[in-house]
Design a protein around this ligand. Structure first.
Ligand code: SF4
Ligand code: ZN
Length: 309
């Protein structure tokens, strides 16, 4: 209902005369659907270029869980594909074995790859490690995300190697990255804080890239809605055990009250990375005694974990 004497104005896009659908508080800008989509695609292309994430002839394996971030990542990379020389995309889905959650996201991943005509590989924890995540976690659910993370990282590398990939792209967004910065600070883990997120150059790993690392979770959701790719999916039952959940809620509050906080955190990380370059002593890379994978100790994290099952 209109209040007498007060005229309601519908905001107009700052770049054209269309009605705006998004207000970017941190730069005080309104955008219509077309300009918002173009802005997201431009920012992703710019991150990839600036951080030299993709080179000509690359075969990029995209970690596709079927959730929002990885769906947006695959869509965006597919749209940007014609701007790179002879680059191919392959999607890799990991089935951790989480009852009541994974089945639906895997179906969503399958539909997307069929629709986009992208080669799709699926790797399961049961096939690779002998059992499901649910089984491994019995009695230690509170460690869910750290165990899941270690095993999934390995499964993705195996999938990427099997697919002959030269890069491994993950859908980590700005919120994820800003949360990681804070979590590493809280844990006092400086080497992890300054680990270069644009890839690794020892030649022993397939370089990992995070093209969405400067796009917020909210922008990803809006992008999906505007591009008819929004899909409501169940949440992993183990999320409530994660420390990340607490950090996420704290950071969201900060971002709401002080727009730009997450981008500033990422800028701080990049500055610290530059400042510390060469001055933090990281352990030399060795080979795992049991599986031969590159690692910093005697055993890699996966083999260490396997001893506890
Ligand atoms: Fe794995 Fe934790 Fe993510 Fe669930 S929330 S899929 S357990 S990392
Ligand atoms: Zn090992």
């Amino acid at each position: 209902m209109e209040t007498e004497g007060v005229q309601r104005t519908v905001p107009v896009c700052s770049l054209c005369t269309e009605q705006a659908v998004v207000y970017q508080r941190y730069i005080n800008r309104h955008l219509c659907g077309t300009h918002f989509t173009a802005d997201v695609e431009h920012r992703v292309a710019d991150t990839i270029k600036t951080r030299q994430m993709i080179s000509p002839q690359d075969r990029v394996a995209v970690a596709l869980s079927g959730g929002k971030d990885s769906t947006a990542l695959l869509l965006l990379l597919q749209r940007l594909l014609p701007t790179w020389e002879n680059v191919r995309l392959i999607a890799i889905t990991i089935d951790e074995g989480i009852a009541g959650y994974r089945e639906e996201t895997i179906r969503s991943a399958e539909h997307l790859t069929v629709r986009l005509g992208i080669e799709h590989h699926c790797i399961s924890f049961t096939g690779l490690f002998g059992d499901s995540l649910d089984a491994f976690l019995t009695g230690r659910e509170t460690q869910a995300c750290s165990i899941c993370g270690i095993l999934r990282k390995k499964a993705l590398v195996v999938g990427a190697q099997q697919a002959g990939a030269t890069k491994l792209a993950t859908g980590h967004n700005l919120d994820d990255e800003a949360q990681s910065v804070l979590m590493n600070v809280f844990r006092g883990d400086l080497p992890r804080l300054i680990r270069n997120s644009s890839g690794e150059s020892s030649g022993k790993f397939i370089p990992r890239i995070k093209p969405l690392s400067l796009i917020s979770e909210k922008d990803i959701a809006t992008y999906l809605m505007l591009n008819d790719a929004w899909n409501e999916l169940p949440e992993c039952p183990y999320t409530h055990y994660a420390m990340r959940r607490e950090v996420r809620s704290m950071l969201s509050g900060f971002e709401y009250r002080h727009p730009g906080t997450m981008l500033h955190l990422m800028e701080s990380k990049i500055k610290i990375e530059r400042y510390c370059k060469g001055s933090v002593i990281s352990e030399p890379l060795r080979s795992c005694r049991e599986c031969g994978d590159p690692c910093s100790g005697d055993l890699c994290q996966v083999c260490l974990l396997r001893h506890t099952f």
